[in-house]
Design a protein around this ligand. Structure first.
Ligand code: ADP
Ligand code: MG
Length: 729
């Protein structure tokens, strides 16, 4: 082992788990300690202010500016008691993370001193320079103003010494420059559309929430080993590295005992997450070595998205105190599973009903079927867009690469639900039997048995699987902001529910009884959306052929997949739901293409550097040693004998020469290809060039580096190997 590698590996092996002292209270006592939740609002705000704020939070009522000062004052008092000295608008620009700029609570007091101050104006709105964030050309530097505005539906919280205020981020001309603004609009659209449909079944429903429960997968790597891998440090993934002799084939990691150092990290993370009001619940080992999962109890979608963003930054922070680095990249290691973020999604009413779950009466089950079938319709009609919503340069490594999930969106329903839908599709009106519904209504409903849908019936290859009372959108990337997927899904479902209602109402107007109108439309939908239903193996070659025949989107090129945002159907969907305009969609696509290009560009540069600074010098040095040996053999053996004895070494010398020259040539070619691609001004075309010409070169070069890793003396190899990165914990 090279000296550096030896040192970091030795140190990694010696790392002991940190003692994490749990708070003396129970989770129920410290949950939300750093969140300005209702209980604190009540305590720190005058009661009239409290009532108005709660109304804004619950019912989206416009926040009365006149109370902003009092709210800010109460927040400041609470935050300062927790030791906060600063505040920040916390928002989600079109990058991977969150943005924050901290300002201290200080102002001149007019008497030559300082005082702590935080006004309603500063709470409600600020003006960060929008030109410094990705904006797809919406903001130019000469017109750089954008503003961040408080989202009262997500509570403020304190991290370290800073009061964080969740905000939307928009251009001065009104376009969204972030994830939260369109998400809130999508949630508003699905709420309105779903409430209208719920009224067929229960006129009392006033509000429908979208729920999200994300399951976050991640890898942990020892911090020292991580630091010795420039590719991990700069790109989040290993650009080279031969598979370890053992990886996940024994399937001994999944649900296995959690290693002590990891358990200490998890415990610490969970305590801090609970204190920040994130209801974390589940933890376990994942399939790949050093891969783990964390899941909270599901929450209202906007809050769940904020909590996921928050937990990702918390994970990064807490990991470091335990001598780990957390890898959120979708595919940090070749040859072992990548990481996703399953988005468990459902709709639920303010009357406490989960709309994606079956009920006891036929009426409830018709409502259930209504929401399931409309969701399937939405997913069917916009399957290409949904794929675009989860696509990125990093997630592209997972999709279509023979691991969860394939690059074709389809939905798995399980045998029971499939049977119910098939039954409904087949039964003609004459077969309807009369059932007594609630309130003594006579309902003509096809026999929908009491549905006990159990979720043991699973299909891990399905990107959009029904799991009992929710759909699980599994294609979302581990590093992604869930909002992207949730904006597309909720908007698609909103659009679909609006159309469903129009179709049913049209039949009712013609004199059709309500229930039979609903059944008729649903029966029609079941037929139309059939191509999206697939219960088989999503990884198989046959499925790719079959999906293409069914007309599902089978595109695999990341930059081309983004086109789905700009199809007529997508623009119509986003505009009619009031979620995004064509201009916003275009701008966001510019950002997506630009980001794609930059990511591949960075990887190409890093690989080039590694080749020239690590791989080639080390391989050549080892080769020289062998050459030296071959020469020296001749001095102690006869020429003929030496020749025979050196055959093996000569073969290695040759292989090193061939592989290093291949690598060098291709690194040069990659530089040339980049120069050509960089001249392209159109962002889409440039991204396509990077995808088509440069991304494949990374793989070709890597292949030879990995072969060199196998033959070069381990003592000389400078970079930590897969077996160290994946098995030291
Ligand atoms: P799995 O068996 O898929 O690992 P888990 O029990 O870990 O499932 O739950 C996955 C996530 O789904 C959790 O965050 C859970 O709270 C969430 N979840 C459960 N029911 C619903 C629902 N109706 N809507 C949204 N999310 C839900
Ligand atoms: Mg799951």
């Amino acid at each position: 082992m090279s000296k550096l590698r030896f040192r970091v590996v030795e140190k990694a092996f010696q790392s002991k788990p940190l003692e994490v002292s749990a708070p003396t209270e129970r989770p129920s006592e410290y949950f939300g300690k750093y969140v300005f939740n209702r209980e604190k609002m009540f305590k720190y705000l005058p009661s009239t202010v409290y009532a108005k704020l709660v109304d804004a939070m619950d019912n989206g009522a416009a926040l009365d500016r006149s109370i902003a000062d009092q709210v800010a004052e109460g927040m400041k008092r609470w935050a300062m008691e927790l030791g906060a000295t600063h505040y920040t608008h916390w928002f989600q620009p079109l990058t991977e993370g969150t943005a924050e700029k901290h300002d201290a609570f200080v102002e001149h007091d007019g008497k030559g001193g300082m005082m702590e101050e935080f006004s309603g104006k500063l709470l409600v709105q600020q003006e960060p320079d929008a030109s410094s964030f990705p904006n797809g050309g919406i903001r130019n530097t000469f017109e750089a103003r954008g503003y961040s505005a408080w989202d009262p539906s997500s509570p403020v919280f304190v991290v370290d010494d800073t009061l964080c205020i969740p905000t939307v981020f928009i251009a001065y001309t009104g376009e969204s420059l972030d994830y939260k603004a369109p998400l809130l609009k999508a949630l508003r659209a699905v709420n309105k559309a779903a409430v209208d449909v719920c009224h067929y079944f229960n006129p009392e429903v006033k509000k429908v929430m979208a729920y999200l429960g994300w399951e976050q997968e991640y890898f942990l790597v020892d911090e020292g080993l991580y630091a010795a891998r420039p590719d991990l440090l700069l790109t989040g993934r290993t650009l080279m590295g031969h598979e370890a002799s053992k990886n996940q084939q024994l399937e001994d990691h999944y649900f296995g005992a959690i290693p002590a150092r990891v358990a200490a990290f998890m415990k610490d993370l969970e305590i801090q997450a609970l204190e920040l009001g994130i209801p974390v619940k589940t933890r376990h080992n994942e399939v790949a070595p050093n891969q783990f999962e964390l899941a909270p109890i599901f929450e209202e979608c906007n809050l769940a998205v904020d909590h996921n963003m928050l937990i990702m930054s918390l994970m990064r922070k807490v990991a470091r105190t335990h001598g780990f680095r957390v890898l959120l990249h979708e595919k940090p290691f070749k040859g072992v599973n990548g990481s996703g973020k399953h988005n468990n999604w459902s709709l639920g009413t303010d009357t406490g009903v989960l709309l994606m779950g079956p009920g006891k009466t036929s009426e409830e089950n018709l409502r259930f079927i209504t929401f399931i079938v409309n969701t399937l319709m939405a997913v069917y009609r916009h399957n290409g867009l949904l794929k675009a919503s989860i696509m990125s340069a990093t997630n592209a490594h997972r999709l279509g690469a023979n691991e969860a999930p394939p690059a074709i969106i389809s939905s798995f329903l399980g045998t029971q639900l499939s049977k119910v839908l098939d039954h409904m599709e087949d039964s003609s009106t004459n077969e309807l039997i009369s059932l007594g519904g609630k309130h003594g209504m006579k309902l003509d409903i096809p026999q929908i048995p009491e549905l006990l849908i159990d979720n043991t019936d699973r299909n891990r290859t399905s990107p959009f699987a029904f799991t009992g009372n929710r759909f699980e959108f599994r294609a979302v990337g581990s590093e992604a902001n869930c909002a992207s997927a949730m904006i597309a899904l909720n908007t698609a479902v909103a659009e679909q529910l609006v159309e469903f209602k129009a179709a049913v109402d049209a039949l009712i107007e013609k004199g059709e009884p309500k229930i039979s109108a609903i059944i008729q439309v649903i029966r029609e939908y079941i037929k139309i959306c059939k191509p999206i239903r697939f219960d088989g193996n999503g990884y198989s070659e046959e499925w790719k052929a079959e999906a293409a025949k069914r007309g599902l989107d089978c595109e695999t090129s990341c930059p081309v997949i983004f086109d789905q945002y700009l199809t007529e159907d997508s623009i119509k969907m986003f505009e009619s739901a009031g979620v995004m305009t064509k201009k916003e969609l275009e701008a966001r696509n510019e950002v997506k293409w630009e980001t794609y290009t930059k990511k591949i560009q960075i990887e190409a540069r890093v690989l080039g550097d590694l080749v020239m600074n690590h791989i080639v010098p080390v391989a050549t040095e080892y080769q020289s040693k062998l050459i030296d040996n071959v020469f020296k053999m001749k001095s102690i053996f006869s020429a003929e004998e030496a020749d025979k004895l050196s055959a093996e070494n000569k073969a290695i010398i040759k292989e090193i020469a061939e592989r290093t020259s291949y690598i060098k040539e291709h690194v040069d070619a990659m530089v040339q290809a980049r120069k050509i691609a960089n001249k392209i001004t159109d962002e889409r075309e440039k991204a396509i060039a990077y995808h088509d010409t440069i991304a494949p070169m990374l793989e070709e070069i890597r292949y030879h580096i990995d072969k060199l890793e196998l033959i070069v003396d381990d003592q000389m190899w400078t970079l930590p190997k897969y077996r160290e990165l994946l098995f030291i914990r």
